[in-house]
Design a protein around this ligand. Sequence first.
Ligand SMILES: [Zn+2]
Length: 224
Amino acid sequence: MKVTVLGKYGPYAGNGGGTSSYLVRGENTSLMLDFGSGAMGRLQKYVALSELDAIILSHLHYDHICDLFPLGYYLQACDMRIKLIMPDTDCVQNKILSDFGTFDIVPVSQNMQVGEFKLNFEKMRHPLESYSVKVTNGSRSLFYSGDTVFCDELMRAASGSSLMILDCGKADGTKAPHLSLSEAAFIAKTLQTPAIASHINPAVSYKSPSGFVTVAEEDKTYML
Ligand SMILES: [Zn+2]
């Protein structure tokens, strides 16, 4: 099982970068966690769009979904469909995605399966309904926080994972609805689990992370 960071920024991309999007690949299954700006072009460097088994959305904020709209045009042009697992949030984004008619939309439920991957969702704390997901393949599991503040639910959901991708969208000591790098370091140390700090805000200057945390690099593949 491996995960490739396609977009590491949020809420907008830094120079040459993309926003939240991660490609997870196993032996026979490929899925995307979020589908932010730049995702569609970058994804095709690794897998054909027809080989993607599902796209999972943590929540429907634009920096996590925006390349779905051009993807929808592509699917219409090729008469293709793709499974889209996402929160059934009452918002305009949900309506637009439904209206495309090219996505097989499946609402998030706690335990799901896509190919060889078991998916466990937990509701996090964010202004818009948002879920973490743990992707498990045999004894290895990737935890993706989506967007959230620090909370007990996050600690519980991330426990037992092999690698974490954590939303580090806020500066230390500020009140934005994200984690800070220090909070990510605390989570990683407490759970004794390596973490990739992502959802990097281009406007924040981050300190050097501690031993358990590394800052995400786009186009880098992490093995689990
Ligand atoms: Zn968000």
